[in-house]
Design a protein around this ligand. Structure first.
Ligand code: ZN
Length: 305
């Protein structure tokens, strides 16, 4: 393509996608075909044009896609290259159906060394009552019990979804503020919170990946609803296959799905997102993966600024 044409296209693209607003200009994400990634995904998992695959969060292939996003980022980008430090506490998730354990990381240094790190959950609290907090949170009363093991069924749906994603991604450790910081019930002192709050930025910055429960208004809603998405290897053009996502699904819209989600209305979340090196956004329409290389959507489209 002649250089002059390239220049014109660039100017046009900038004009089309950079929008000036009252608080300065911002850039809209632009969709690009992501055929290289899609081809790898199709080939690695024997997806063929003769079969289509309904992908819901109950389908193991859904988590294969999430793992592949992270693997591609691990292998091809520098997004996760900073040295990791551990939070004061993490939840050890173990294999499915096993008990969860609250670990103090200082006393488990040898077990944690060389592991793949931990995931951090960014979520909306949604105004829990004192009774909710007593039931679900780590408190001074249940602290010792939680160290020796507690049931997944003791947690609300949003936290259970985070445990499931952690296990499916092959990670052993999960950080959730309500579980890893001792929560004070009305009238109690909040010393642990005061100690831990300043460290939260480091917690998100050191996580292997952040899970953003974008669609969940509160702890009970969860963020892994079934999403019926079908992939097909489409008709070929110029002998190259096109990888398409079919079905009654809306087009990807990261600004609407993630940026304008209930989660982003929470005060802390801007810091959590800005400091996370990589984030999986579980939105009402799609799951997105955001890293330094751009945003990938569950419909196999890649978005770039
Ligand atoms: Zn990356």
């Amino acid at each position: 393509m002649p250089n002059i044409l390239k220049e014109r296209l660039k100017v046009l693209r900038d004009r089309l996608y950079t929008v000036k607003g009252p608080h300065g200009s911002f850039t809209i994400w632009t969709p690009r075909k992501d055929n290289k990634f899609a081809a790898e995904f199709f080939n690695a998992h024997q997806l063929s044009k003769t079969s289509s695959h309904v992908l819901t969060s109950q389908n193991p292939l859904y988590f294969v896609l999430l793992r592949q996003w992270l693997q591609t980022c691990d292998n091809e980008h520098q997004c996760d290259s900073v040295e990791r430090s551990w939070p004061t506490r993490v939840v050890f998730v173990g294999p499915p159906d096993s008990k969860l354990e609250l670990w103090e990381t200082k006393s488990k240094e040898s077990r944690l060394a060389g592991t793949g790190g931990y995931l951090a959950l960014s979520h909306r609290w949604g105004g829990p009552t004192d009774d909710d907090k007593k039931k679900f949170c780590t408190t001074s009363e249940n602290y010792e019990c939680r160290k020796s093991g507690f049931l997944e069924s003791d947690l609300p749906k949003t936290f259970r979804d985070a445990v499931q994603v952690t296990r499916e991604l092959g990670i052993q450790y999960l950080w959730i503020d309500a579980l890893c910081i001792i929560q004070s019930i009305s009238g109690e002192d909040s010393k642990d919170w005061e100690d831990e709050a300043p460290l939260m930025a480091l917690v998100f910055n050191s996580a292997y990946c952040t899970l953003a429960a974008s669609s969940a208004m509160n702890w009970e809603e969860g963020f892994l609803p079934p999403r019926h998405i079908r992939y097909d290897k489409g008709r070929t053009t110029f002998r190259k296959p096109r990888y398409v996502c079919r079905g009654p699904v809306p087009p990807q819209n990261f600004e609407h799905d993630a940026d304008a989600s209930p989660l982003q209305k929470r005060a802390w979340v801007l810091q959590e997102r800005a400091l996370s090196r990589r984030t999986l956004h579980f939105t009402a329409n799609y799951t997105y993966f955001e890293c330094g290389d751009g945003v990938r959507c569950q419909n196999l489209v890649k978005l770039q600024r």
